[in-house]
Design a binder for this molecule. Structure first.
Ligand code: PMV
Length: 310
């Protein structure tokens, strides 16, 4: 039996604009994890995938080509040069990463599965190979992924990411603290990414300007994160939220939580990921963590994770 896990992630700044070639910063969230357990089974050849959280069982051979869990198995075996009929495995997935909430659940499950399958077969994949497999799976989840989710969960380190550029891993000298608050509204990244695309097609000039402005904020956030300058990071997060609102990916629930966090003393707050629901992140001073947490819960947050970055 072989188990491997991958962390959740949040996008600190730069979502949506990152799809259009601007930089973004994402960080792993170690407090939530997706894990895959691989076992040999004495049965006919093939791979069965059991996603306990979702309560379903797939037979990889029979599953539809765009079923993400089965696709992960196929991509991984292809990469390892192993044929499906030459193995007899059961893969069980357990995850504490909420789905459809901007915490990178899909990419983390794929990364954990790829690693666990490779290890169980007595080999290994590099972080870059795991990331490539998770990217292919992300394409099934939401069409035109930037590649940021798979990168950060596979490398497990804060990254400064720009599509097409080599990955820049960030070395954080002094940690920052975040509160991650779930609006309780599931958000399908594919839909908000599609709506932003439709807006961009209608009015490319305005959208390109917004993407540029977001890119500038990300450039300023990088040294702030590396140095643990949480005040600056928080201010940049709030500015980023204003631009995300202009892209029409915010929502009343997001606005309410972001406001509650800043009223309770957070340095700044924004949505994270696709938007319209999902999670709000607030940059906080650790001394205010309980106050911010209480304020977020009082404002309707379903769950609050307080985590240290770096
Ligand atoms: O909702 P998430 O955490 O998967 O993040 C999506 C981030 C976007 O920039 C909106 C899309 C992407 O592929 O980068």
């Amino acid at each position: 039996m072989t188990e491997r896990c991958a962390p959740g992630k949040i996008i600190l700044l730069g979502e949506h604009a990152v799809v259009y070639g601007r930089p973004a910063i994402a960080v792993p969230v170690q407090d939530v994890q997706a894990c895959a357990v691989v076992q040999n089974v004495a049965r006919s050849p093939g791979v069965t995938v059991c996603a306990t959280e979702l309560d379903c069982v797939y037979d990889v051979e029979c599953a539809l080509p765009d079923e993400p869990l089965c696709a992960t198995v196929r991509y991984t075996l292809q990469r390892l040069g192993v044929r499906l009929r030459d193995v007899s495995l059961k893969v069980t997935i357990r995850s504490t990463i909420p789905v459809a909430s901007g915490l990178g659940s899909g990419a983390a499950v794929a990364a954990a599965m790829a690693r666990a399958i490779a290890a169980h077969l007595g080999t290994s994949l590099t972080d870059a190979e795991v990331s490539e497999i998770a990217y292919e799976v992300e394409r099934i989840h939401h069409g035109t992924p930037s590649g940021i989710d798979n990168t950060v969960v596979s490398f497990g380190q804060p990254v400064y990411f720009r599509r097409g550029d080599p990955i820049q891993r960030l070395s954080v000298r002094s940690p920052s603290w975040l509160a991650i608050a779930d609006t309780g509204v599931p958000s399908l990244t594919k839909l908000s990414v599609g709506d932003v695309r439709a807006g961009w097609q209608r009015d490319p000039k305005s959208y390109e300007r917004l993407f540029d402005q977001i890119g500038v904020l990300v450039g300023r956030a990088r040294p702030a994160l590396e140095m643990g300058d949480m005040r600056t990071l928080g201010e940049l997060a709030t500015e980023n939220q204003e631009l995300l609102r202009a892209l029409q990916v915010s929502s009343p629930e997001i606005e309410r939580l972001a406001q509650a966090a800043t009223d309770a003393g957070a340095f700044g707050a924004k949505l994270s990921g696709g938007g319209r629901g999902g999670n709000v992140i607030a940059v906080i001073d650790p001394s205010t963590r309980q106050r911010v947490r209480d304020a977020l819960v009082a404002a309707g947050a379903r769950r609050v994770i307080v985590t240290k970055v770096g």
